[in-house]
Design a protein. Structure first.
Length: 232
């Protein structure tokens, strides 16, 4: 069942009509997939879409809202593979003979992700259906394109996002600093001079808030909450 096949089955089920399919196909370049375009354009709800895909594919679903995923699970799939295949590793469970990786996909009937990720991880794959809008939001949360650059993973960023702050865990500003590339000094600067971490963090925060990647109020609230946790 390809994307067009999914749209056709949704139309046959009376959830959308042919004109909505055409409009979604014209607009899907703005979104992560045709399925997401159908939801974003208001042609059907994400819940109705997920229920339909589950019925078509006989696959269970999972709600990604406020889903917490361990960093070691996220590290099993690279950011590149996650965005390329629009899939999200959720958790690992022990199967009858070996470990099983549960993988969230919006349309299991047309995805090569399980096969490719099985080869790269050596783990058995179990697929569950996730909503396309939730998937896009989760991919940006756990594998942010703004801090990805097209390659690699972001274990340190994910760790601060998904794990409670403990005494042995770097503070958020330390984790952010680890992601900042080396800064070239001016040619006439003193040899060995280093840009203070405080300045780097201020510049990084300014850029991220200006570009809408993070909300300043949310950042302040998160730092305050984490700081209070350390104080406790």
């Amino acid at each position: 069942m390809e994307r067009a096949g999914l749209a056709e089955r949704l139309r046959s089920a009376g959830l959308i009509d042919a004109s909505q399919v055409r409009l979604a196909e014209l607009e899907q370049h703005r979104f992560g997939s045709l399925a997401e375009a159908l939801v974003r354009l208001g042609f059907l709800t994400e819940a109705d879409l997920v229920r339909a895909v589950c019925r078509f594919t006989q696959t269970p679903a999972i709600d990604l809202a406020a889903k917490r995923i361990e960093p070691e699970v996220l590290s099993l799939v690279s950011a590149e593979a996650a965005h390329k295949h629009r899939c999200l590793p959720l958790f690992v469970s022990m199967g009858p003979s070996r470990r099983v990786l549960f993988l969230g996909i919006e349309n299991p009937a047309h995805s090569t992700a399980p096969e490719e990720i099985a080869r790269s991880t050596g783990l058995e794959q179990r697929v569950v259906v996730v909503g396309p809008v939730q998937l896009t939001m989760a991919l940006e949360r756990f594998y942010p394109t703004s801090m990805w650059g097209g390659v690699g993973t972001h274990e340190s960023v994910v760790a601060t996002d998904t794990l409670p702050l403990a005494d042995s865990t770097p503070r958020p500003e330390a984790a952010m600093a680890m992601e900042v590339p080396a800064v070239d000094n001016d040619a006439d600067s003193d040899e060995g001079h280093e840009v203070p971490t405080r300045v780097i963090l201020q510049a990084l925060t300014k850029l991220l808030t200006a570009r809408g990647v993070i909300d300043r109020a949310d950042l302040v609230a998160e730092i305050r909450a984490l700081s209070e946790g350390v104080a406790d």
